[in-house]
Design a protein around this ligand. Sequence first.
Ligand code: BG6
Length: 578
Amino acid sequence: MTETATPKRRRVPRETPGVPKTKPGEPPPVVAPETAPDRTPHPAPRPKDAPRTMRDLRLARSSKRRPQKREENPLREGLRLERVPDPSTLVLFGATGDLAHRKVVPALYQLWRTNLLPHEFVVLAIGRRPYDDATLRDELRTSLEKYSRVLPLDEAAWRSFSSRIRYQHLDFADPAGYDALAKRLAEIDKEQNSRGNHLFYLATQPSAFAEIVSQLGRVGLDHERHEGGWRRVVIEKPFGHDLDSAIRLNREVGKVFRERQVYRIDHYLGKETVRNLLVFRFGNGIFEPIWNRRHIDHVQITVAESIGVENRGAFYEETGASRDFLQNHLLQLMSLVAMEPPATFEADALRDEKVKVIRAIGELSPDEIRTDVVRGQYGKGWVAAKPVAGYREEPEVNRDSETETFIAARFEVDDWRWSGVPFYLRTGKRLPKRATEIAIQFKEVPHRLFKDSSSEPDPNLLAIRIQPDEGIMLRFGAKVPGLGIDVRSVTMDFTYGSAFSVDSPDAYETLILDALLGDASLFTRADEVETAWGIVTPIIDSWANDDAPNFPNYEAGTWGPEEADQLLKREGRRWRRI
Ligand code: BG6
């Protein structure tokens, strides 16, 4: 059964202070940048093909390009207020590295291509290699041809985007380089009239974070000015290696930037379906009353990857699944499922509620770690009908490695809403497929009425598919057509692809745009990061004191070690087959 939403009434966007109201049927208004002078009068009503972004507006004014009429999906019409960031410079540290090439630059290109960046935007790429602008642009183009989510490249968009990219050579540990950087930024600000708006994006090795931040502070690049000019820093994960190092790093960053200037990335929070979880829970009236211990039996969160460690053996040896996934992605997903409704949709209101959940999980005792946490490491096996090597045979991996590539854990949230409801979390590399899913398993009906049915329907289940095939599925019992009363489980399915017929943006597009707009809702706050480490660090420490694990303990291409199944079986449950 497929459910396709057909709105009866078109939704009117919520009114935002300073933003003109949109009437049904009208396109969304252009919102003036945060610190720029209000150059945009707020006309009403606006024609259907009115410019939608500041860039469109400027181009239309100078008659360089007629604004194009967009074919809107009726389900999306009138739903979005597109804001364009202030004129600014994104200073990309680690610009020659893997993350910049695979994720950050493709996201920036896509934002530029879709007119979501201001025209006065510069990417100042920082690296240690002796490049010039042209070398870097050539390299980035080659990567974009591989990693851009929309191919082939749009030549005109690439030409204009690449002209916004500049290269600056800098050795992270050399103070003179930061003086030169400050000078270069001042020149760019003058040339672009970008008023000192700088976003520092740290896509480097984590070991360089503290040094870069402290040098930025030394040359005054953290200072926000009264007359405009914001300064923000985006820090990639992993944020610390354990609780102590995370506290130290937060302290170092806090010496230079104020918390509201710091944007810690967990890219799972930028995924469209993860953001939809908030809308699903708090934008609908019917789920909230049953979202608790009275109706929910347990929750399962699975993040399965079919890939191995690829070319990141050295990194993964230091990390393992607990640091790479549990401390961040999995606990973040769990906090979104379990949090109370925030009073407002503002960054701190949202993060206050998330951190309460993580606090309510509390530290597991050594006994609980032994019984409720399972670790695994893949041996050789078959994935997608191809033979693959075991973890210990991967490049840059120790032949006796004790690093876990799989973790499953049972947590409880000790609060009024969730007391006694287990949350089972699992993640692993080299599992049979790539799939991320949150399954809310409801309780059985209190009284079985249809005892004569030839089969018993399963209790209701809500499965939120984060990726791939993004969507939501509800399972319920239905009568099989016929004279008797036979009840079977059927499903009602919502899929993003068929409902909205648009591609979702990549998580990095969402997050970079939010950081440029100054919206920190989807970034993790210092206390969240530390609280999450407070759960993971005792687990890692306890393993360090245990006997060597019996690794490898699962074959590549299977769903992890047998103990992960036991974790649920002993309580009469099983992992959902995904
Ligand atoms: C990263 C991890 O944070 O997320 C990787 O470091 C992992 O190990 C990746 O492969 C998965 O991201 P996604 O978006 O493909 O699910």
